[in-house]
Every structure is written in C-alpha cells, then in structure tokens.
Design a protein around this ligand. Structure first.
Ligand SMILES: Nc1nc2c(ncn2[C@@H]2O[C@H](COP(=O)(O)OP(=O)(O)O)[C@@H](O)[C@H]2O)c(=O)[nH]1
Ligand SMILES: [Mg+2]
Length: 200
C-alpha cells in the first residue's frame, strides 16, 4: 500500500545540530560526537498528532553543507524546510536568510519552520532572545507558530515540534499529497517502517 509522505529537509550552519536532530528523529538517541558527514541520509516516521497520522520523511545534509556541495536533490520537492540555528550561537541565525533563499529556488511550495536547537545550554550561554525570533519571523514571513525551541540532546520540545509540523504540513499541503499534485512521495511497504526508501 502506498502512502503519501511529506518531505522535510534540515538546513543551517555546520554545527547547529542538524545531524543530531536527524538521529533523535530516526533512532531517538543522541551521540555527543556523531559523525554526520557520511553523505545525505533520510528517514521516514509516522507522526501521530492525536487526530491523525502523518508520515514525514526527514532529510539530513550529511555534512554536505561544509563543502558547499548541498545539491538540488536535497531541496527538491520539499514540503517543509527546517531553518535550524543553535540558541547559543547568534551567528547561526544570521545565515538562515541565505539558506531560505537557496531552498526557495528548488521548492517553491515549501513551508518554512524556524528551529532553535540546544536549549539545554545554560541561560548565560543563550545568545538568541525570543524578541529576536519574533522580529526574524516577521521580517522573513514565517508565522510565529512555526518557530520552535528544542534540544536534540535532551529531547526537550522535540516530539511536540514534530506533531506541530505534521499538523501544519497536512493543513497547508493537503492538495499536493491527496490529489497527487506536486511531489508525491511513496513509501515502499516492503521496507522497514521507520527507514523506508523514500523521497526519490
Ligand atoms: N548541548 C547540545 N549540543 C548539541 C545539541 N545538538 C547537537 N549538539 C552538539 O553540537 C555539535 C554539532 O552537532 P551536529 O549534529 O553534528 O551538527 P550539524 O553540523 O548541524 O549536523 C555536536 O558536538 C553535538 O553533540 C543539543 O541539543 N544540545
Ligand atoms: Mg551534520
């Protein structure tokens, strides 16, 4: 049985925690020194929003952003883009407009989310204030409800974020998956539930 899947891609500076978010999503684990530079990787999970079940295929960059070799394949057909920064590094927020612009070249219909990772760091280390985020959202036309604060390390805010993302994507891309418009991604039912070959 084929099922519609939303493609969601991680973007942002090296070191903000994209691969850690990916690992937390795929395996619910955190490795302090995970080597996330082995090429692009993606994993599909079914998110239960309480009202419905929504499949999301999350794509990590696999470190390709380091060499500036992130290809169109990463963005192509994305329904959601996770603009990721680290709350203890304000410069990582500053680069997000250019990541957004890159993404918008390849995925015209994408919904953008703002993800502040590493909220487990001490208050004195936090460089990004909520007021900065509300200003950022306004300036870059991102609904404030699409901004999240999480920790891939401790899992704080993580599951709630994916539930919200699932709800928002389902609402805003309903025509694309259910009527086979845009990019429809098909789960291979013969594959492992959590690691299906998807999004090609
Ligand atoms: N304190 C803290 N460290 C994190 C968190 N997520 C990732 N890191 C650390 O940040 C560094 C970069 O993480 P990584 O996932 O490789 O970032 P990427 O380059 O964006 O893929 C690693 O040392 C991670 O252990 C988090 O939520 N909290
Ligand atoms: Mg990485």
């Amino acid at each position: 049985m084929a099922e519609a899947v939303y493609k969601v891609v991680l973007v942002g500076e090296l070191g903000v925690g994209k691969s850690s978010i990916f690992m937390r999503y795929r395996d619910n684990i955190f490795h302090d020194n995970y080597d996330g530079t082995k090429g692009m990787d993606h994993a599909t999970k079914v998110i239960d929003t309480g009202k419905e079940k929504v499949s999301i295929c999350l794509w990590d960059t696999g470190g390709m952003e380091k060499a500036g070799t992130l290809t169109s394949n990463h963005y192509k057909g994305a329904h959601g883009v996770l603009l990721t920064y680290a709350v203890n590094e304000i410069s990582s927020l500053g680069t997000l407009p250019s990541w957004k612009e890159n993404a918008s070249r390849y995925s015209k219909e994408a919904t953008y989310f703002l993800v502040g990772n590493k909220i487990d760091v001490g208050d004195y280390e936090k460089e990004v204030k909520e007021s900065t985020i509300s200003g950022f959202c306004q300036k870059h036309s991102i609904p404030f409800d699409n901004a999240f604060y999480i920790s891939a390390k401790t899992d704080d805010g993580f599951k709630d974020m994916f539930k919200s993302i699932a709800k928002i994507l389902k609402k805003s891309h309903i025509g694309q998956t259910e009527q086979n418009k845009g990019f429809r991604i098909v789960l291979d039912a013969t594959d492992n539930k959590d690691r299906s070959k998807c999004c090609h």
